[in-house]
Write a protein that binds this ligand. Structure first.
Ligand code: TSJ
Length: 643
């Protein structure tokens, strides 16, 4: 193995390499999506994906990721170690090819089953190009090899820096993101944690150890699931009540596609299906999800007919009815995934459809024969869903016809604004008639509309569609917004640029806000995705001193104000228990005036699709423990905005 010293002068090859990596530094967005926090996290996924590939090859079962103080990151695995021999095409060690030649990842050596797709798999060289420095250490055959790069440039030839236990093997990479490239290099613990948990679920047996050393007391999390996606389904259903105990699992290989499916119904109404291709979530589904749905519908109908759960005179169960309350993971591994659709998040390979269909059809049939209570309970639930759907259709037809007749009559309780340009307009959804009254008095009539809602709104997680469409508060919101819902949704018809949820600053208020967000998220998710939904921030305290008034929006702020004006017997401190305690002027000044108020914009991280879904289900589901946990953590889904 030749590990000669690097020539002092750059050869032609070296110049070529630097040109390649320079392209990455010039247009980082092309390689990692963006240079925001999201792009920053992609650096970690990109490196970790290489270790996961090693695990998929069956030659690694532990990955350790550490965020160090200052935000350098180490990824370490116990795989075979990146090959260190000279790559004959490039004339440099294979590991150097991996880090310095664009798109070289996995193409060397051979034998490794390289799976990658989407934004991942663009190669370690991209991470190298976008790091101020990167060091790799390889443990192999009793030796420790090391190389360092700075902004993609090799600092010294691969060298042996020491010896190790001949039994030890693996790869360790540490990199420091380039502050010239990234707006902010602060990694988010929860974002990374979520992703590693997901990867651990998707690769059974693989253990992740995730450590954050940035605080005095380091945080360590480990994720290790021998049950893989079966445990994923259990986790997703953890705050729901399962319809049956077992989790259905199918696995197999067809047409060079490795298929794994796990599923279980809960007693709720929503379908939670997540497709993954090579461990990457496919929010738009695609061929693998299609194959699964076809198999599911056919197998359950065949089962229901064969066991006389469905009479000959009765129509087939629809796929939608069978999927009511179902949580499912469909994970396929495929050699050359083709992503389609507007956001390239939809699997296009048709061989995946056939493979999933065949494997699920075959194995689900056997499962149902061996577990008849699962079949009976699911068919029963589907039949009830079918009846409810029929009732919902009638109720909806009625509302549709009615709105056509009335020319979309606006709800009676709505105090609309006069400006007809939606861009200028906002609507406050206000809890309670009395607060609604103050808001109507306080508002700026031209641009601010008020819709008071009475009491708690319906929990759409726990009601079937027929009840939802019949609910007065929900109907009022739907007509006021103007967009329609679900497949009728049309954002160009939105009547207000901002939808502002204004509730009391207490636990009940937070609950009502969550119910409204749940409704919006399930029926008009685009409103949230496109940033039209906000939470108003009423003050918690008023402090009066010498006829001057101060408002505090948190306990910390109250403390600060008291320190500034001096603690004094004559200070009058009022704790606001509800919006109703403020008069119209105060409400305007503290919460509604665009010049002074603070709004929180509600956002949705599309990377964590399964997590945000869970957020809502957890809070709305019937188990009490996970709910408390949620309320404590929930602040992170909203962003402070001074608007
Ligand atoms: F890509 C990378 F450099 F970023 C990186 C690769 C980072 C980390 C943390 C680990 C890895 C990595 C690569 N772990 N394990 C491997 N394995 C190989 O590169 C490898 C080893 C042996 C053979 C073989 O055919 O003998 C093939 C491969 C792909």
């Amino acid at each position: 193995m030749g590990l000669e010293e690097k020539n002092e002068e750059y050869g032609a090859d070296q110049i070529q390499i630097l040109k390649g990596l320079e392209a990455v530094r010039k247009r980082p967005g092309m390689y990692i999506g963006s240079t925001s926090t999201r792009g920053l996290h992609h650096l970690v996924y990109e490196i970790v994906d290489n270790s996961v590939d090693e695990a998929l090859a069956g030659t690694c079962d532990h990955i350790e990721v550490t965020i160090h103080k200052g935000n350098s990151v180490t990824v370490c695995d116990n795989g075979r170690g990146i090959p260190v021999g000279i790559n004959h095409q490039a004339g440099i060690p294979a590991v150097e090819v991996v880090f310095t030649i664009l798109h070289a990842g996995g193409k060397f050596g051979g034998g490794g089953y390289k799976v990658s797709g989407g934004l991942h798999g663009v190669g370690a060289s991209v991470v190298n190009a976008l790091s101020e420095w990167l060091e790799v250490r390889i443990f192999k055959e009793g030796k420790i090899y090391q190389q360092r790069y700075e902004r993609g440039a090799t600092m010294y030839s691969l060298k042996i820096v020491g010896e190790c236990d001949p039994e030890k093997h693996g790869t360790e990479v540490t990199f420091f993101p380039d502050r010239e490239i990234f707006d902010d290099i602060e990694f988010d613990f929860d974002t990374l944690k979520q992703r590693f948990r997901e990867m651990a679920f998707l690769t059974k047996g693989l253990k992740f150890t995730f450590t954050d050393e940035r605080e005095e007391e380091p945080k360590v999390r480990t994720f290790h699931y021998e049950g893989g996606i079966v445990e994923f389904v259990k986790y997703l259903n953890r705050s729901s009540t399962a319809l049956y105990d077992k989790i259905i699992y199918c696995e197999g290989i067809r047409n060079n596609v490795y298929v794994e499916v796990a599923m279980q119904h809960n007693d709720g109404f929503k379908e939670n299906t997540y497709g993954f291709v090579n461990n990457i979530v496919t929010p738009e589904g695609g061929m693998h999800v299609e194959g699964f749905r076809t198999a599911l519908t056919k197998t359950f109908n065949d089962y229901a007919r064969a066991n006389k759960l469905l009479k000959e005179s009765e129509p087939n169960l629809s796929g939608e009815d069978i999927r009511e309350g179902m949580t499912a993971i469909i994970s396929v591994k495929i050699e050359d995934p083709q992503f389609e659709g507007q956001t390239k998040q939809k699997l296009g390979n048709s061989e995946a459809r056939g493979a999933v269909n065949a494997i699920v059809s075959e194995q689900l049939k056997i499962f149902l024969e061996q577990n008849p209570e699962v079949g009976r309970k699911t068919v029963d639930k589907s039949l009830t869903a079918q009846r409810a759907r029929e009732a919902a259709r009638k109720a909806r037809d009625l509302t549709r016809r009615k709105s056509a007749l009335d020319g979309m009559a606006l709800p009676g309780k709505l105090a609309d604004c006069t400006d007809k340009n939606p861009k200028n307009c906002e609507i406050f959804i206000v809890e309670g008639d009395s607060a609604g009254g103050s808001a109507k008095t306080a508002r700026s009539r031209a641009t601010q509309a008020i819709l008071p809602l009475r009491g708690k709104i319906l929990n759409v997680e726990k009601a079937r569609l027929d009840r939802i469409y019949g609910n007065a508060e929900i109907k009022a919101m739907i007509t006021a917004f103007g967009t329609g819902i679900h497949e009728d949704f049309d954002i160009s018809k939105l009547r207000y640029d901002k939808i502002i949820i204004m509730t009391d600053a207490d636990v009940d208020g937070a609950h009502i806000a969550t119910l409204m967000l749940t409704f919006l998220y399930r029926f008009m998710p685009e409103l949230i995705k496109q940033g039209h939904v906000y939470l108003a921030q009423p003050p918690l305290y008023k402090v009066e001193k010498n006829r001057k008034q101060y408002y505090a929006y948190s306990d910390a702020e109250l403390d600060k104000i008291l320190r500034e004006i001096g603690r004094d017997q004559n200070n009058k401190i009022q704790r606001y228990k509800g919006l109703g305690e403020m008069d119209a002027d105060q409400l305007w000044e503290t919460t509604m005036d665009p010049a002074k108020r603070i709004l929180k914009r509600v956002n949705m991280d599309e990377d964590a699709a399964s997590e945000i879904d869970l957020t809502f289900t957890t809070l709305m589901g019937d188990k009490v423990e996970p709910r408390r946990e949620f309320i404590e953590e929930n602040a992170k889904y909203v962003q402070n905005l001074d608007v």
